[in-house]
Design a protein around this ligand. Structure first.
Ligand code: ZN
Length: 596
């Protein structure tokens, strides 16, 4: 590529210089950077053993993007036309003429042709490895009938080597007519020798075939585990559908990924993330094996998405022992958050509510196995917080969310006020009383707008109008001063920033039944959605001073789009494509090259 990147020899020198720059920046926030930057840059030039060119008193930029429509997400300079990058940092933002003074003989210049340049998207909630895996798995989400669902599994079974499982799939029976849960009978005859455990798209249920049930030792006598359900027919036999903690019976017998497989999957996921403009990803429930792969890729300079990895809170003792605290690491790889589960999901009937679902008898959902008993979670929170680790808890039903807020309040009470950035993931169905508490406890709402237009298809039939009115209540959160961080929950939903922004701005459900927006009072403006997806997510990982806006001094993570999403009709936003993705000033995706 034409973009010059620093050679390893110089990188160490730069790091030393950069470190000084950091101290200067930290001394006095953003403005003093401008005053002190030339000093740091001169040190930098000295480190590289280069002479500044006589015509200028500072090194030239490595990259200039000019003639762009820049939305910076920086309130001190909301719009601009050009940006200059030196090594992995933005050094200037402004007019074409102003930034041009950074041009030198070796500066690579990208003419943006008037297109929209945004900070790179930071997905605050992904399952990066299962997402990458899903790219190669059987695709069931758009199987619109049970027959098509079965056919695709049958086709996959024919090409699956003996002993390997068919997994993933993301099926969604609500798209079928009638929307009946699939059972093992649907696929057994097509998969006599291939174990199958295909997941529902929300990740809270899976369907096993008879062979898989046999391998897992699940019979009519097997009890439901705490926080899980083995779905049974009228005779009491397992139908193959397993909910939440019951899926662990199967997980135990699926052979784990090898390191090589995982490496390949992550590389695939990185390339895909770059192609959709995701420059940072917060991987929730990352395994140690996942982190080992990231670490290996980091070592080889192959990470093209910045990762914040949050292992399960069941590992709190390990992380506490390391003494690392939140957001420990470097610009490409950080750890120090923990992911906990309060409850299940709306679609699986396992989100935990104060009142029953409207269409499921007395069922009001389940607290997760991590909440049995609740004191187990309290103890883990206390340990995590005492160690300075960040807590991110999946909570969807109103009572699930309320219970977590109670526990968070206890943590604050026990250890005092500090900048801990507690998070609730999904924060889907809020009790009216809890918006205020959310704000008071400074809890971040880490939300996935795509879920709103997806669940919006059926939410009212499950929980009624009143509860649905506080579902993915983005506007109400902002009105209460709650910080939003946007994400997708990939592989549960598509890793697609444009679709995510479209969802937040239109709230047009996927079934086309709410073109004016489902609970339209909760719609966000495009600028609010972009902010939640950049600065909001950066804040949610303690990185708002490093990324999240196009600001001098920050990491040069940016994305160039095919259309101006601020001026096109909102319903067109989902069709907008990514032209270029830059991470640390390096071009990691270029649509012009991808076409060849
Ligand atoms: Zn998730």
């Amino acid at each position: 590529m034409a973009i010059r990147s620093l050679k390893l020899r110089n990188y160490r020198a730069f790091t030393a210089c950069h470190f000084q720059g950091k101290i200067l920046v930290n001394l006095g926030n953003r403005r003093p950077l401008w005053v002190l930057l030339p000093l740091c840059l001169l040190v930098f030039v000295g480190c590289l053993g280069l002479e500044p060119s006589p015509a200028q008193s500072r090194p030239a930029a490595d990259l200039i993007i000019t003639n762009a429509k820049i939305w910076t997400v920086d309130k001190s300079l909301p719009t601009a036309h050009a940006v200059a990058v030196l090594a992995d940092r933005i050094v200037a933002v402004g007019s074409n003429g102003g930034v041009d003074s950074w041009r030198g003989p070796h500066t690579h210049v990208i003419d943006a042709g008037g297109k929209l340049l945004l900070p790179g998207f930071n997905d605050a909630h992904v399952h990066f490895v299962s997402g990458g895996m899903q790219l190669d798995n059987v695709q069931l989400n758009d199987a619109m009938t049970p027959q098509e669902f079965a056919r695709r599994i049958g086709v996959r079974a024919k090409v699956t080597p003996k002993g390997e499982w068919i997994v993933g799939g993301n099926w969604d029976e609500t798209k079928w007519n009638p929307p009946n849960m699939p059972t093992k009978e649907l696929i057994d005859a097509l998969t006599p020798d291939t174990p199958v455990f295909v997941s529902r798209y929300d990740g809270h249920m899976g369907l096993a075939n008879s062979l898989a049930l046999r391998l897992a030792g699940i019979t009519a006598e097997t009890p439901d585990p705490p926080g899980g359900t083995i779905v049974r027919d009228a005779q009491g036999d397992a139908t193959g559908a397993l909910k939440d903690a019951a899926t662990t019976y199967i997980d135990r017998v699926i052979p784990p990924l090898t390191h090589e497989q995982r490496l390949k999957i992550v590389k695939r996921a990185l390339a895909y993330a770059a192609s959709v403009g995701v420059t940072s990803a917060q991987h929730l429930v990352a395994s140690y094996e996942d982190i080992a792969v990231y670490s290996e890729l980091l070592e080889g300079s192959e990470l093209t998405t910045r990762i914040y990895a949050a292992p399960s809170i069941t590992h709190v003792d390990d992380l506490a022992k390391l003494g690392i605290g939140h957001a420990f690491g470097g610009p490409y790889l950080r750890v120090g958050a923990l992911k906990a589960f309060a409850d299940g999901s709306l679609g699986s009937g396992t989100a935990f509510f104060y009142e029953p679902f409207l269409n499921q008898g007395n069922n009001r959902g389940l607290l997760s196995d991590e909440m049995h008993p609740i004191s187990l979670m309290r103890d883990r929170y206390m340990k995590a917080d005492a160690a300075g680790l960040q807590i991110c808890t999946h909570a969807i039903g109103d009572e699930g969310i309320s219970t977590i807020l109670d526990l968070y309040a206890e943590v604050v009470q026990a250890h005092g006020e500090t900048d801990r950035r507690l998070r609730i993931e999904h924060a889907q169905h809020m009790a009216a009383k809890d918006f205020e508490r959310f704000a008071q406890l400074h809890v971040i709402a880490s939300v996935q707008p795509y879920h709103a237009i997806d669940d919006g298809r059926f939410a009212e039939s499950h929980i009624g109008h009143d509860r649905a009115s506080r579902t993915y209540a983005f506007r109400t959160f902002l009105d209460h001063g709650v910080r939003l961080a946007f994400g997708t929950d990939w592989e549960v939903a598509p890793l697609a920033p444009m679709l995510t922004i479209y969802a937040a701005v239109t709230r047009a459900t996927l079934d086309g039944k709410n073109p004016g927006g489902w609970f339209p009072q909760q719609k966000l403006a495009v600028a609010e959605a972009v902010e939640a997806y950049t600065m909001g997510s950066a804040y949610a990982e303690f990185q708002e001073n490093e990324k999240g806006s196009i600001t001098a001094g920050k990491l040069a993570d940016m994305v160039l789009l095919s259309e101006d999403i601020f001026s096109i009709p909102p319903e067109k936003i989902r069709e907008v494509r990514v032209l270029k993705t830059l991470v640390g000033g390096k071009l990691v995706f270029d649509a012009a090259e991808a076409r060849h």
